[in-house]
Design a protein around this ligand. Structure first.
Ligand code: NAP
Length: 291
């Protein structure tokens, strides 16, 4: 019988930690502040934004949303980042993607100051992940996977972990974070020969391939711990994971649900990064004297 690895208790414990750190900052009259930059009004962005606003409210994090027209030029956007990089009252910032075609993402990602880059857009932060430095900001989804595994006390040191997917936002950085935890990592992708033979042998399998319910019972064994990162259209107006949860649930040791699993944690990780950025940027500011 499989165990459901729900994201909710993980979020709860992360929130408690963040709230106490926000309180400590506010005691020093520092308000951790996020600048959210949105170009246009895509429904996906608006929905993500609503989630971030709600969570900021809950955690006591200040948020400013800058809405720019879809016609915004590279020059205008560059000046927005330059200003925000210098602004002492902005501790973390992110811009929703994808951006309109006329905006060059390769240029934009380098414009965000690494110390305020809470969504790991600047290659400097990704490089730190690959170098094994914990000083930067890792991408939120891979970090959410590590949090869920740690929170459920799943041993990673020496464990065999198979990561299905090698994108730069999920699979590759996740493999690096798992290596930092001393796991033995195998990365699978679309050219992997006989992927079920690889994943079924692993202690932990992370599914991040972007294919609805693609991984069925042949990819796992009774010993498998399954972390499903996938968010896919299920063809019936809903969403589903990369793993066929209903078919697999009873046949593995533990599995994250496709809704309420990894995806539930990522916004909290993102906002934890705002607090981390704020702590780093203001670490020399003393608590105000009472006299
Ligand atoms: P992606 O950029 O499309 O990458 C998919 C990866 O899966 C590629 O490396 C691809 O291999 C591999 N792949 C595709 N089909 C495969 C197959 N049949 N067998 C083995 N490997 C296969 O996707 P992504 O951005 O990494 O996202 C992956 C999933 O995670 C998506 O469902 C996405 O929606 C979800 N996601 C969730 C969150 C969250 O917060 N939970 C955040 C980001 C993404 P090749 O490299 O060989 O093409």
């Amino acid at each position: 019988m499989g165990e459901k690895l729900a994201g909710k208790p993980v979020v709860q414990s992360l929130r408690e930690n963040i709230i106490s750190r926000v309180e400590a900052l506010k005691e020093k009259e520092i308000n951790p502040t996020l600048l959210l930059i949105r170009v246009g009004a895509r429904e996906d962005d608006l929905s993500y934004e609503r989630g971030i606003l709600k969570n900021c409210d809950l955690l006591g994090i200040n948020i400013n949303v800058l809405e720019l027209p879809v016609t915004v030029s590279m020059e205008e956007l560059t000046s927005v980042f330059e200003k925000a990089n210098k602004d002492e009252n902005v501790h973390g910032m992110m811009i929703f993607r994808p951006l309109p075609d006329h905006l060059d993402i390769d240029v934009i990602q380098n414009l965000i100051a690494p110390e305020k880059d809470i969504d790991c857009m600047n290659p400097v932060n990704l490089e730190r992940v690959f170098e094994g430095h914990s000083t930067g900001f890792a991408p939120c989804t891979p970090k959410a996977v590590i949090e869920i595994l740690k929170s459920y006390q799943i041993p990673l040191s020496g464990a065999n972990v198979a990561v299905a997917g090698r994108s730069l936002v999920v699979g590759k950085p996740l493999a690096m974070l798992l290596l930092d935890e001393n796991a033995t990592v195998t990365i699978c992708h679309s050219r992997t020969k006989d992927m079920p033979a690889v994943t079924a042998k692993a202690d932990v399998v992370v599914a991040a391939i972007g294919k609805a319910k693609f991984m069925d019972e042949k990819y796992f064994g009774e010993h498998s711990i399954v972390i499903d990162v996938g968010i896919n259209d299920d063809g019936n107006g809903g969403i589903c994971g990369d793993v066929d949860y209903d078919q697999v649930f009873d046949k593995v040791k533990a599995i994250t649900p496709s809704i309420g699993g990894v995806g539930l944690i990522t916004t909290t990780i993102l906002l934890g990064h705002v607090v981390q950025a704020c702590e780093n940027l203001t670490s020399t500011k003393k608590k105000p004297s009472l006299v």
